[in-house]
Design a protein around this ligand. Structure first.
Ligand code: AMP
Ligand code: MG
Length: 349
């Protein structure tokens, strides 16, 4: 399949080509596109054949449900029989934006899209290019992240191309992605709303609107034997080719520990890498040192994480150490993804 590549940026989100891209979606084809969280791989959410194609293009297990993206609040009506009061409040506060809500699905949503579940995940993204594609494509786009299964979610169009060229009809290159981590997922089908995946919309932000909410216990305990409620959290997450270890503690002790570990690994002829912050990068002596951003600005850390994990692979780093981050607010999402990438290998010094 020839993949058409189109550059569309947020400052001019609806050029004439957008109508053609919408027709690809309506005809059952696939278009990768930018959102504010990560790049998405989109198809018509109400067409079971489109969802099957998404799973095939990604190499994703078909029991791992897709998120349905809308660009108009009134389109929520067709996806669910009944919109709970909590969903209305959250939509009012955080949509358009990086929040996905789990609701009971209506008969219009095919089981192919929801991985066989009776619930549906819905998001109204704020990215202008995503909104225009959704509108042009008929109003309902099912989209997981636009990476091959087993790779980190793409935050740059070049990674979408690397993974999906020849596997989708078109890719929209929308430039850099502002957030860099997947949306927060909150389940509104139970008595108490529950966070199934932490993201940019934090627990504190959700509680300011809904009062007390819970968090899926498997997110807090990496070694939990329970089944995560979000099927996607069940799969082995992306792990870099190199062995990644997160080191937590007082900054000087962390630097000393990592430098010692790096020098041991180098003696064993391993290529070494460190994920450091802007303030500490100069203190490390590894083969590859990546600055993830300012530790006081978690938005910077979130936006760089997936790019750096891909770069470590591109540079064939074999042993990787990362500093650790505060796990409150947006830090909860950063540490969730970082620890998954590390297979929960964490050392306290
Ligand atoms: P991705 O599109 O790669 O960010 O993955 C979407 C994730 O949303 C899935 O892997 C699931 O973990 C979660 N999800 C989607 N639909 C549902 C649902 N109906 N119930 C629970 N989790 C869901
Ligand atoms: Mg994904």
């Amino acid at each position: 399949m020839d993949t058409r590549i189109v550059r569309i940026y947020e400052d001019h989100p609806n050029p004439p080509e957008m109508a053609d891209l919408g027709i690809i979606i309506k005809d059952g084809g696939l278009v990768a596109f930018p959102t504010e969280t990560v790049y998405g791989l989109g198809g018509d959410a109400l067409n079971p054949e489109s969802s099957k194609k998404i799973y095939a293009a990604k190499g994703r297990p078909s029991d791992n449900p897709l998120i349905v993206h809308i660009a108009n609040l009134s389109n929520l009506d067709a996806l669910t029989e009944e919109i709970p009061e909590s969903a209305k409040k959250l939509a009012d506060a955080f949509w358009p934006g990086p929040l996905t809500m789990i609701l009971k699905k209506s008969a219009s949503v095919p089981k192919e899209t929801t991985g066989g579940l009776d619930t549906v995940a819905v998001r109204f993204p704020s990215h202008k290019v995503a909104q225009e594609l959704i509108k042009a494509g008929g109003g309902y786009i099912a989209a997981p992240s636009a990476n091959l299964s087993g790779k980190p979610s793409p935050t740059l169009a070049k990674y979408v191309l690397e993974d999906l060229n020849g596997r989708v009809d078109a890719i929209i290159d929308g430039g850099d992605i502002p957030i860099g981590l997947e949306s927060t997922i909150v389940d509104l089908t139970g008595d108490v709303p529950m966070i199934l995946r932490p993201g940019y919309i934090t627990k504190e932000m959700l509680e300011s609107v809904l009062g007390t909410i819970s968090t899926d216990p498997t997110i807090l305990d990496g070694n939990s034997k329970e089944r995560p409620k979000a099927p996607g959290m069940r799969y082995r997450h992306y792990a870099p080719k190199g062995e990644l270890t997160v080191v937590e503690g007082d900054s000087e002790a962390v630097i000393a520990y990592i430098n010692r570990a790096v020098s041991n690994a180098r003696e064993a002829d391993k290529k070494t890498g460190v994920i450091a912050t802007s303030g500490t990068a100069d203190f490390y002596s590894a083969d590859v040192v990546k600055k993830i951003g300012n530790r006081e600005v978690p938005e910077e850390v979130a936006a760089s994480l997936y790019r750096i994990l891909r770069e470590m692979d591109d540079e064939n780093v074999e042993v990787i150490y990362s500093e650790s981050f505060a796990d409150d607010g947006l830090g909860a999402a950063i540490m969730n993804r970082l620890l998954k990438a590390a297979g929960h290998r964490k050392i306290s010094v």
